[in-house]
Design a protein around this ligand. Sequence first.
Ligand code: NAD
Length: 505
Amino acid sequence: MSKLDEHLAKAEGYLGRFRETGVLNHINGEAVPAADGCVFESLSPIDLKPLANVAHGKALDVDRAARAAKAAFREWASVPGGERRKLLHAIADAIVARAEEIALIECVDTGQPYRFMSQAALRGAENFRFFADRAPEARDGKALRAVEQLNLTGRAPIGPVGIITPWNAPFMLSTWKIAPALAAGCTVVHKPAEFSPLTARLLVEIAESAGLPKGVWNLVNGLGEDAGKALTEHPDIKAIGFVGESRTGAMILKQGADTLKRVHFELGGKNPIVVFADADLERAADAAVFMIYSNNGERCTSSSRLFVERSIYHKFTKAVAEKAKRIKIGHPLDPDTVVGPLIHPAHEKKVLSYIDLGLSEGAKIAAGGAKVSGPGGGCYVSPTLFVDANNRMRIAQEEIFGPVLTAIPFDDEGEALALANDVQYGLAGYLWTSDVMRALRFSEELDAGMIWVNSENVRHLPAPFGGVKGSGIGRDGGDWSFDFYMETKNVAFATAPRRISKLAN
Ligand code: NAD
């Protein structure tokens, strides 16, 4: 039996329960259908056949979930940090125990290749462990001394929070947002993306099987415009942690205005990779290829704009094109597959429309550029490289969120910087040069929340994660996550009987 056949058989086994009962919501420890009984269908990106019926939650379901999260909040917030630490580690252990199930389900739900998703559960478990270990100190603060006064600061969880996640890397991203919320002492209502609801269901079950009390973590499936909107407007929800498109972030900001929601946004990107002639070009080419074509290019930190010094532009883009053409497109459950089907026909249509647009704008295709027939007949698009492009083209300005790279030449450092910054986004940047002074100078001026020098994207959990400009508000990672999920309080003690101004005798 080939590895693909083995994965197919196992995935079918794991999917059986979803095909039978559908994907239910989870409110106050109970798996429940939507209050009005409505469901929506989740499609397989591999063969476009229905995978499961999903509870179509709306405002009433969100209200029930928010009330459950509110009712559970005081008790959960008062659990000592050391106990929360133990429980979150138990969740991580339970995730690891079901890593294969999570990986296979994630692949069939999203079309992401197994070679990348095999790590999704383990990365999710690491997120839980990282924040678990910091739970005991999350409340700690500072002692700030003044004349005749001692200020003591401390933090407390903000309350029930809403977490809204996108369809790319749904499992990993859900753990990335939910683990710090729980470690801080918040309770959660999670609204996963409608295109990829399956692993969010597994995750809440895993957490409760590991001992998380009922009501601490609630799940409502539904569409953005009903369940998502209701969550952002709910008065009991104190903050919204959101990962998704920039324009959705703008809507959430408006929707949350009346209830003064605190928001944390991880939004879109159009991230530059800048390659100078003095760089290690073989490694830079591999990194350029990896950062746009891995995860089907459906990645917020993908390097979708390639700026190359003119003297090496032709040679470098040729190397990237050759590598792109050799990438294996295939079934996501085949461990050899590098690029699988895109998430949904609607998204495939968007990606293909950008390929047409690039051609009509005058750019040339050096690799890919078409829909291809892959196993199951789903949404397969070949790894695509546009050359002879310029920064004014829409393919150089707008987030395509697929395996499409736009390469533009530059003459000097100043021009490279101006081009890289001339975009509405500012999530990540990648810089390739052997000149240390230039790397320092350039990275200081580049508009991006995260920059990797001579490297692809390698995450370090204590480091801040987030973007500037249209790419986000706030930072995750390290202590930054706790700053979002917690309120800081200051108590000032008089240390001497200082004279109080008398306004009356
Ligand atoms: P999306 O914005 O369409 O949807 C994200 C989530 O928001 C979904 O759960 C959706 O149902 C919900 N939603 C939609 N409208 C809403 C509304 N009015 N109110 C409340 N919720 C609403 O994004 P997507 O297409 O699912 O994901 C792709 C996007 O996510 C890309 O732009 C990508 O760059 C971004 N992303 C960013 C990061 C990051 O860390 N910066 C990480 C991953 C993905």
